[in-house]
Design a protein around this ligand. Sequence first.
Ligand code: MTE
Ligand code: MO
Length: 538
Amino acid sequence: MPARMTGMTTDEAVTPPTSKVSHRFSLVDTVLAAAAGLLSAAVALGVGQLVAVLTGPATAPVSAVDQGVVVLTPEWAKEFAIRTFGENDKLALMIGTLLLVALVAMAIGMASGFRRELGIIGIGLFGLIGAFAALRTIPNATFVVVAPSIAGGIAGAFALWWMIRRKKPEPVEMPTERTGLDRRGFLLAAGISLAVGVVGNGVGKFLVDQRYNVATVRAKLRFARPASPAPALPAGVDLKLPGLTPFSTTNSSFYRVDTAVVPPQINPADWQLRIHGMVDREMEISFAELVNRDLIERDITFTCVSNEIGGKLTGQARWLGVPLADLLREAGVRPGADQIFTTSADGWTCGTPTDAVMNTPNAMLAVGMNGEPLPVIHGFPVRMIVPGLYGYVSGTKWIVDMELTTFATGPKPYWVQRKWKTTAPIKTMARIDTPGALVDVPAGQPVAVAGMAWAQTRGIEKVEVRVNNGDWQQTELAAAANNQTWRQWWWKWVPAGTGIQSLAVRATDGTGAVQTDQRADPFPNGASGWHTVAVNVL
Ligand SMILES: Nc1nc2c(c(=O)[nH]1)N[C@H]1C(S)=C(S)[C@@H](COP(=O)(O)O)O[C@H]1N2
Ligand SMILES: [Mo]
């Protein structure tokens, strides 16, 4: 090797100088480049989160992308997600997104080690995806909603560009085609990127919460006594058996189903409902005007259409609200307006049959749930509740718009666009809560078989159980609150013999109709069939 070179011959330039290996892009450099990709993603998300303080929580990159995923997810994938993650589906989605972002960001980092421009393009694409998702998912979006993702993308790309710097080939050395990473420069840039990522995400989340969270406003809300309080629950409505679901569901254990990755935070002072379309008098009603009307309080069991046979997407609450039929009579529903098309603050839509609302006592715009204002995830400050209809055709949370229209000519609601049925009355259903599936049960000793049955608004008249396809046995029913709530039942079983034995249950509703044994999936308008549980008799 020449000690010092003033020039280079063609020969030397094409021969890789073996002694300069440490200056090439080594394995360690590649790992550092992957780390740089990861850090640049953290910078992008952190800056995005900070900008979202100005533009709202739903505009933050991961929230926007996840909301886009929710809206675009095909039906089979959604059912899989609900079956697998249940009500943690949104958490699972967020963790999945972050893991994917991390993996792709590392790949982008490594690619930018190869060619720096690839880093700019990769992180820039991230930003564009976030921006596009925000534009597509936020109702009435203006261009400001792209700001967090675009700013994040630019900051992330800049950070990556800065971290991935090659060592300058020293004049004394052979300029190899690929020098190694400038590790000292990397350390500084990476440290600053890490700080921006951590501080941006932390401070950004904190400030978003400060600015948009309505928890404090909600905690201070008080409502007048209802003009029509709920009748006291009859004694014996709750059998209080171990393993049996309590009659009343607490707010914290009430099932939650919605498409909102970021639940809308609506200050009641800013809330307004517009009632329009096929009405004689268009109405705009504020929250103060709404709660100054006579309030009713009712026990109503609410059910999701996605509830599988034996599933738990059903809950019983005492709802406080304003009778919806009264409001609609004031607006004056025109003949033929058979669909009440409602829209929530996050753009979700729902179509409810007008006659169901006009003819079902207690259909309401609810403001309270179990003695407190609606929890944010259950629709604060106002949602719709219509006894007897599955949630997707009746339960609009964060409701802000109500248009009287027709099913034939009007807009198609969110789930109807996705092929679920337009009409979806709740199907009669019974469930065995205890004993649980495949538990051990001692032979010859009494066991309480117990569960819930519902058929809002027809009520439950009878529940029967049978063992191993034997004769149907009548169970004992708990007291009924009203025909819009579920009802507990129980039966004393003394198992004979040993081995796997099956229990099946069926209910009869208040009209005398026996629950069908015809099995149907939740799609397209609710599951049917008898719930069966196999236990192991020892
Ligand atoms: N804004 C909005 N309201 C909505 C939904 C939704 O996705 N967005 N889902 C509906 C469905 S499918 C059900 S079952 C009920 C669930 O109400 P809960 O979460 O209070 O139990 O809300 C209904 N209202
Ligand atoms: Mo639902």
